[in-house]
Every structure is written in C-alpha cells, then in structure tokens.
Design a protein around this ligand. Structure first.
Ligand code: AMP
Length: 265
C-alpha cells in the first residue's frame, strides 16, 4: 500500500490506464469506511482512499479541533483492506487560495443545501462539495463510493459533481442497530445504549407501527430532536403520487453528540 502526501506525486501515480475507485474519508476509520473500500474494489482495478479532516465543513463552534485523528490505527486498518493508495494531503495544498468557494452556482438548488442537515449546519454541504470537487480534480477517479448514512450528502454529490460515477454504499451498523460513525467515540456506555433507539424508532415508522407524530414524541423522550422527515428518496422533496422510494431521515442530539440515520424503502 502506497502513501502519498503530495499533489503532484498523486497526479503522477494516476497517469496509468487502470480504473480507479476513490473513497474520501476524514479518518477515524471504522467498519463503515472499510465496507466502502470493499465495494470500491469490486468496481475498479485500484482503490485510492483519502484521509483529510476538511476544515471547510466545520462551523466555528463545531469539533474540528477535537475530531478523532487516529492515523496509526487508520493506516493499520487500511493495510488489511484492498486499498492500493492512501492520499493524505495537507490543508494548504487542498486550499492554497484560502478556500474561496462561489455558492452562486447553486442558487437555483439552494433548497437542497438548506433542508434537513443544512438547517442546523448551513455551511456543511458547501464545504463537503468543495473538498470533494478538489479531490476529484486531483485524483480523477472513474468511480467514487459514498455511504448512504449521509444520505443528503450522497444526493448532493450525485447532483453537483461530474465525470465520476458515484456509488452509494449501505449503512453499516453496530450490533445494537446504531449506525457506525467516527463521532460514536464521543458516546459513553449509557449514551451508546440510548443511541440505538434512533434506528429502532425509524424501523417502527418503516413497518407502519408509528406515524410521524408519535415517532417524533418517541424520539423526544430520548433525544433533542433536530429533524424527522419523510421525503421522496429520489428528489428529497415532498412525497407525491409519483414517489417510488421513501426516505425516513432523522438527526438528533444526545447531549452534545449529534446522530444521524435514515431508512430508504
Ligand atoms: P467520514 O469519514 O465521516 O467523512 O465518512 C467517509 C465516508 O464514509 C462517507 O461517504 C460516509 O457516508 C461513509 N460512512 C460513514 N459511516 C458509515 C456507515 N456507518 N456505513 C456506511 N458508510 C459510512
């Protein structure tokens, strides 16, 4: 497994004809990330994984400074995976221009950036899109794999990137149903148990055992609710007669930890 820190070295490596699949991450790797890498390998000759804690997707008050940075463990896990190359750029190389990003391009589709997670994190999807586009411009992947756990992110990336096929990968969960996340490290043992209620309640909606109102009340027993919504999974707009897939999407706070989850059916 090769490790590259430098953009020109990365671009030189890319100059062969192999089909490349790319998995962007912020490190703090868990089985969810590793499942993306396995799926990437099934879709290409070589797999590139990036580790970059992207400053532009964090607001001032968020956890950029304390976000789990576990490089040694990450590299050890990647060695055992089908990863061919790990790209670990530094912030200055990704953002030599102080991360200027013109949002005008998205004026017509602004709503997509402002609903769901965008309501409480208005900067977030612009930051994600910015870094993904810059990484794509360096790596030129044929395919890139993103987790469905971040469903709105996957949707936005599918819509606003080009030249790379975007593949969505299923959510990997803990035994108790909690969607795996790097930020789960912030949960103590009691919180970890309570956190599993989020998925259980979403499943009850899927099975028709809870309507939106009762599910909201249930979630509020355990969490501070950010949002719970049922939308058309293809458009992230209201469900209509033409809706073929429904997305149940939720974000909650458990004390200071923000959890997100979804079910598509
Ligand atoms: P992150 O390192 O949190 O930016 O995540 C990197 C990629 O891993 C994103 O495409 C996430 O959607 C994906 N991911 C994170 N957690 C999971 C999970 N539990 N199951 C599947 N994919 C995940």
């Amino acid at each position: 497994m090769k490790i590259i820190n430098n953009i020109s070295e990365m671009q030189n490596w890319r100059n062969d004809s192999a089909k490349i699949a790319f998995v962007p991450t912020m490190g703090g790797l868990h089985q969810g990330h590793l499942s993306l890498i396995d799926l990437a390998k099934k879709n290409a000759d070589k797999v590139v994984v990036s580790i970059f804690v992207n400053p532009t997707q964090f607001a001032q008050h968020e956890d950029f400074g304390t976000y789990p940075r576990t490089m040694d463990a990450d590299l050890a896990a990647l060695e055992l995976s089908p990863t061919d190359l790990v790209f670990i750029p530094n912030t200055h190389d990704i953002y030599p221009d102080n991360a200027v990003f013109n949002q005008d391009e998205f004026a017509q589709d602004k709503a997509l950036f402002e609903i769901l997670c965008g309501k409480s994190r208005p900067h977030f999807f612009y930051g994600v899109l910015q870094v993904v586009r810059r990484l794509f411009a360096i790596i030129h992947p044929d395919v890139a794999v993103f987790g469905q756990k971040d469903y709105q992110q996957l949707h936005i990336i599918k819509h606003f990137t080009s030249g790379t096929e975007i593949i969505g990968a299923p959510i990997v969960r803990e035994d108790n149903g909690l969607a795996m996340s790097t930020r789960n490290q912030y949960l103590n043992a009691d919180e970890y148990k309570i956190a599993s209620k989020l998925h259980k309640i979403l499943k009850q909606i899927e099975r028709g055992e809870l309507d939106l109102q009762s599910a909201t009340e249930q979630l509020q027993r355990y969490f501070k609710l950010d949002y719970l919504e049922l939308l058309d999974a293809n458009t992230l707009k209201k469900i209509t007669d033409n809706t073929s897939k429904i997305a149940i999407l939720s974000a909650v706070y458990l004390n200071k930890v923000r959890l997100i989850d979804n079910i598509i059916f």
